[in-house]
Design a protein around this ligand. Structure first.
Ligand SMILES: *[C@@H]1O[C@H](CO)[C@@H](O)[C@H](O)[C@H]1NC(C)=O
Ligand SMILES: *[C@@H]1O[C@H](CO)[C@@H](O)[C@H](O)[C@H]1NC(C)=O
Length: 345
């Protein structure tokens, strides 16, 4: 009886051993040089560089980490989810870099910035890549480090809103073309600095953003504005295809479809709400200024809140009038997971 069990016990032990080793490897326990993530772009991916902004004021961060910590959100954003997908910690914001926190890469993204310069006094995408290049020149990251590294890039939304605000868009197709051209230059440059895979976000459906969907009293996304996103994305997809054609490895650049993932997450929430009316309208922001001139986080001279906050941010899609909530980002991330798989092949 016991003798018969021996082969079984041996194979069981072997099984347990290989499983544990596999788990250790995948969680990087023995890995002193994990995958690094370098992030470039705007508030959709910034995890803490814009120190003097609402991202460091209440009520941001109430879901995670529990206090304002530099995200334009109540909690985690897509950058954090991409990092968790790569089984690493979210990379340190560039502003807070020091000699001992560069292990998982750096986040150069800065809220309010664009491919071109915007009204915000922050580094545009080009300047962010300049900062990255400087660190490489200083040998803070070696060629070997970068060979297994991944870049996440998201920019363009603020270029459109900024141009619309200043009335600068006279020639929309021309503006779009110059934006996509510059984005293409940026992506190529990031790759040429030694990064292995580059993921770039397609433009979100801007007509769904609460700042604009208010025109429909938050019942619908504004189709006419979503067309801008669609056209931009068509052009960007073509540019990325060209970059992959030119590259030796034909899958260096991948796109994260924020357009369709936003729409699909919003639609799913709308359907659920049709069955259960107590759920939140996904086109309604969780946090919003009381007046047009106020925003989420605004206070009056006496320090009283000039904004309203929804009961449960975890039921919203949008945190404020521009940004998804943690719940929104998680839904988007869930949809993007299969695409993200291409980063680790
Ligand atoms: C580096 O920054 C981290 C936070 O990212 C902090 O915990 C640590 O104390 C800092 N180390 C040094 C040497 O300044
Ligand atoms: C980015 O910002 C720098 C510094 O402000 C500026 O010189 C440069 O022209 C900008 N680049 C683009 C592509 O707009």
């Amino acid at each position: 009886m016991a003798k018969q069990l021996i082969p079984f016990i041996i194979s069981l032990l072997l099984f347990i051993f290989t499983e544990v080793e596999g788990a250790k490897r995948s969680y990087g326990v023995y890995n002193s040089n994990p995958v690094k993530l370098f992030v470039f772009g705007d508030s959709y991916v910034d995890t803490g560089n814009f120190v003097h902004s609402e991202s460091y004021k209440p009520p941001s961060g109430i879901t995670f980490p529990g206090n304002p910590a530099g995200r334009f959100c109540d909690g985690r954003i897509i950058t954090d989810y991409v990092a968790s997908f790569l089984k690493i910690e979210s990379p340190t914001p560039y502003t807070f870099r020091n000699s001992s926190n560069l292990h998982y890469g750096i986040n150069f993204a800065y809220g309010g910035t664009g491919i071109f310069s915007t009204s915000i006094d922050g580094p545009n995408a080009t300047a962010q890549i300049d900062s990255f290049e400087k660190l490489i020149q200083q040998n803070i990251y070696t060629k070997h480090d970068l060979e297994s590294s991944i870049a996440l890039v998201n920019a363009g939304g603020n270029d459109y809103t900024n141009a619309l605000k200043t009335g600068r868009i006279i020639d929309l197709p021309g503006f779009m073309e110059s934006l996509v051209k510059q984005m293409s230059v940026n992506l190529k440059r990031i790759r040429s600095l030694g990064i292995k895979k580059v993921a770039v976000g397609l433009l979100q459906p801007i007509g769904c953003l609460p700042v604009l969907n208010v025109i429909s009293f938050r019942t619908n996304c504004i189709g006419l504005l979503n067309v801008i996103s669609k056209d931009h994305n068509k052009m960007l997809l073509k540019a990325v295809q060209e970059l992959n054609k030119e590259a030796a490895d034909k899958s260096v650049f991948i796109t994260l479809d924020l357009y369709n993932s936003f729409l699909s997450a919003i639609e799913t929430m709308q359907k659920k709400r049709a069955e259960k009316s107590t759920l939140m309208n996904p086109l309604q922001p969780c946090c919003e200024g009381n007046n047009l001139e106020d925003s989420c986080g605004s206070l009056d001279d006496e320090g009283s809140k000039k904004y309203s906050l929804c009961e449960n941010p975890k039921l919203s899609f949008f945190w404020d009038t521009l940004h998804p909530s943690q719940n929104g980002w998680f839904a988007v991330y869930t949809i993007l997971q299969s695409t993200l798989g291409q980063l680790i092949t």
